[in-house]
Design a binder for this molecule. Structure first.
Ligand code: CA
Length: 223
């Protein structure tokens, strides 16, 4: 899960970034409206958390431009108490949800998860390929009925692969989604993590689920 946070108040962004990262999200922060719009319009995110009052472009203008350009990324608007008009305008402009400051991290996480489920068309939080099942709510993974322990990073990598079975994902795509864009692209963390994941998911099973596509990247076997 990759989240863009557009927020100029350092006190809020510090706690949101730290909290979401602890829960296994990849978080990118934009501290003003211009940078926020640049990120949101040129990179792909699962959810954008957008403050309204920002230096540079304000949140509503960013939202308006994104929707006008056909960008359907799920957006949660963050409003201050009393910004009722802005909140209504935001919903009219195509915001998917809103939160009023101050808010609890759990509340934000619940909204993000609900939106993400809605946008990825999953009614259930259970993903399955062959005999491998991944429960996104409980973060439990099992294959052939045997439960598998994964680190947060391994889980996020597996979830990303499972979202598009049969599709080749390049190392760069994986790195951006699972580690974040500011990671050094020459690192071999992706390959190392794939190896560890394979040991846990595929070792001892007849059908390997994680496939290497030579010179291109990795993909999840299509059931
Ligand atoms: Ca603000």
């Amino acid at each position: 899960m990759k989240v863009l946070l557009v927020e100029d108040e350092k006190k809020i962004s510090d706690f949101v970034v730290k909290g979401l990262k602890e829960q296994g999200y990849v978080v990118e922060l934009a501290e003003d409206g211009n940078d926020g719009f640049l990120h949101a319009s040129t990179q792909s995110y699962d959810v954008v958390v957008l403050d309204i009052m920002l230096p540079g472009r304000d949140g509503l203008s960013i939202l308006k431009s994104l929707r006008k350009a056909g960008n359907t990324v799920p957006v949660i608007l963050v409003t201050a108490r009393g910004e009722l008009d802005e909140r209504l305008e935001g919903l009219n402009l195509g915001a998917d949800d809103y939160l009023t400051k101050p808010f609890f991290l759990d509340e934000l996480v619940a909204r993000i998860q609900a939106l993400h489920r809605r946008s990825s068309g999953q009614s259930l939080s259970l993903m399955q390929i062959e005999d491998l099942t991944v429960n996104l709510s409980t973060r439990e993974v099992s294959r052939g009925g045997e439960s598998i322990d994964l680190t947060t990073r391994e889980f996020n990598l597996l979830e990303y692969l499972m979202r598009s079975p049969g599709r080749v994902l390049t190392r760069t795509q994986i790195l951006e989604h699972v580690w974040g864009y500011d990671f050094d692209p020459s690192t071999n963390v992706v390959d190392v993590c794939i190896q560890r994941l394979r040991k846990k998911i595929d070792a001892g099973h007849d059908i390997p689920l994680i496939e290497t596509v030579r010179g291109a990247g990795y993909r999840m076997r299509k059931a």
